[in-house]
Design a protein around this ligand. Structure first.
Ligand code: TYD
Ligand code: MG
Length: 445
């Protein structure tokens, strides 16, 4: 493979005038020296496995407890983190808060922005109460000058916001092209390892993956975390998808406020908060597991007669649409409950998104409760996966889910027969084998 498109990274064995992939003209160049650059030595001593010191993985806290928990106990010196998210979700906001904490705790921190001027950052910083003497701001896009700044300042932690605006002059292509992003992130990774300097690389991700950009860097970095959220909600979910130093699929929940992002340390209470424990028709409290942590959330269903305006609607937000269709078929067949003439809307509260099967039984209960206009018994949580013949299947981490319900003051939990934990404290558990039994236990049959 000898030629490469500067814009989209398409590879070809001969030179081409116009790239067949992105359609750009005159972007093909000889791809030389790349192997050498990407497989560079990270400077560790050669040792037999028996002599490697485990205590060598030291960590240091960011001062934001939820971020540290997500990372598996804090940052690792020399670790490189990819911090992704859609534009406007709050990446720069959260990182500036982290930078402030780190500067207060450990001394010099360098925050490089290729998107905003130092004055703009200062403006944001003053809103966030970021005032540390040790926090240095550099508004720069040129990689060489970023490297020079790192060499003269020797910061403990470097933030590069964003990788799409960082430009290396040693390879061709415009900033933000796959080729450039690979080069700049590889160079910044080498810098991080050589200086044992923890580095955050911000990457913009667009929904639908129109531009896969930062995803192609995931293999280069030690940790990849993404900040998610929608414009309609102020809830932000920070999710770890890769972590060489800890567990993945953990989440941390934040709320966007006027003074920046605030960590929500008790998400169940936060997501259920506004609604207290009183129950309403169509509303069911269910349990999801994010990483190692159970979170209780509310499902809401609205089932109303279509009234002759065309085909019945099925909508859901935050949940698996196909799963809803399947469960409606199961309801029809196993419970004899007809929804064919009704619109069905189902959503999960708080802007969360999940495809967890343990919500099946809760989804069914919400639909039936709305249809019958009958609330569930108070202080009840519903847990279980449902099979095609209406059987209720076991779920993982049942004990953790039950204890979370108990902790939040729920009195009754509908659970699958299979996998029922033996000794449990005060909360009443009602094991069910089928959805018929579940409906009976919920007074919905
Ligand atoms: P930002 O961190 O600039 O997003 P990103 O770096 O991911 O592109 O956040 C932008 C949004 O956050 C903006 O619409 C305003 C809002 N915001 C607040 O609500 N409160 C705040 O304290 C700050 C700084 C921003
Ligand atoms: Mg930003």
């Amino acid at each position: 493979m000898a030629f490469r498109c500067d814009r989209c990274d398409y590879q070809a064995i001969k030179w081409i005038g116009r790239c067949p992939h992105c359609g750009e003209w005159d972007t093909f160049h000889l791809a030389e020296g790349e192997e050498e650059a990407e497989s560079s030595w990270i400077g560790e001593e050669l040792l037999p496995i028996t002599r490697i010191d485990l205590a060598a993985v030291e960590r240091f806290a960011t001062g934001i407890g939820e971020v540290d928990r997500l990372l598996g106990g804090g940052l690792v010196p020399g670790g490189v983190l990819l911090f992704g998210g859609e534009p406007g979700v709050g990446k720069s906001t959260l990182l500036l808060q982290v930078a402030q904490n780190l500067a207060e705790l450990y001394g010099k921190i360098l925050y490089v922005s290729g998107e905003e001027s130092a004055a703009q950052i200062k403006l944001r910083a003053s809103r966030l109460g970021v005032t540390s003497e040790n926090l240095y701001i550099l508004s720069e896009q040129n990689l060489k000058r970023i490297v020079a700044a790192v060499e003269s300042l020797s910061p403990h932690v470097l933030f590069v916001d964003s990788i799409q605006t960082t430009l290396s002059t040693s390879v061709p292509g415009e900033a933000g092209s796959v080729r450039q992003m690979r080069e700049t992130s590889a160079e910044l990774t080498r810098l991080a390892k050589a200086h044992k300097m923890t580095t955050f690389l911000v990457g913009h991700i667009t929904k639908g993956g129109a531009f896969a950009g930062p995803k192609t860097m995931e293999h280069l970095v030690d940790v990849a975390i993404y900040l998610e959220g929608s414009r309609e909600e102020d809830v932000r979910i920070l999710r770890s998808v890769k972590n060489r130093f800890g567990a993945t699929n953990e989440i941390a929940v934040f709320q966007m406020q006027s003074g920046g992002l605030k960590a929500i340390t008790d998400p169940s209470r936060f997501f259920l908060d506004e609604h207290n424990l009183e129950s309403r028709a169509g509303t069911v409290v269910v349990s999801i597991i994010e990483g190692t942590r159970p979170i209780l959330v509310e499902l809401q269903a609205l089932v109303s007669p279509t009234g002759g305006y065309g085909a019945p609607q099925r909508r859901c937000s935050g949940l698996d649409y196909n799963r809803l269709l399947l469960l409606l078929a199961v309801i029809e067949r196993q419970l004899g409950v007809h929804t064919g003439g009704a619109d069905v809307y189902l959503s999960i509260a708080g802007g969360l998104e999940t495809r967890e099967r343990a919500l099946d039984l809760g989804m069914i209960a919400a639909v039936v409760s709305s249809l019958r206009n009958r609330p569930l018994p108070e202080r009840t949580v519903v847990i279980g996966e449902v099979g095609l013949s209406g059987e209720v299947r076991g779920v993982k981490k049942l004990r953790e889910r039950i204890s979370e319900a108990e902790k939040l003051g729920y009195e009754r939990v509908i659970i699958p027969v299979k996998g029922k934990p033996s000794s449990l404290a005060t909360v009443e558990t009602i094991p069910v084998a089928t959805i018929n039994e579940a409906m009976e236990a919920l007074c919905l049959s």
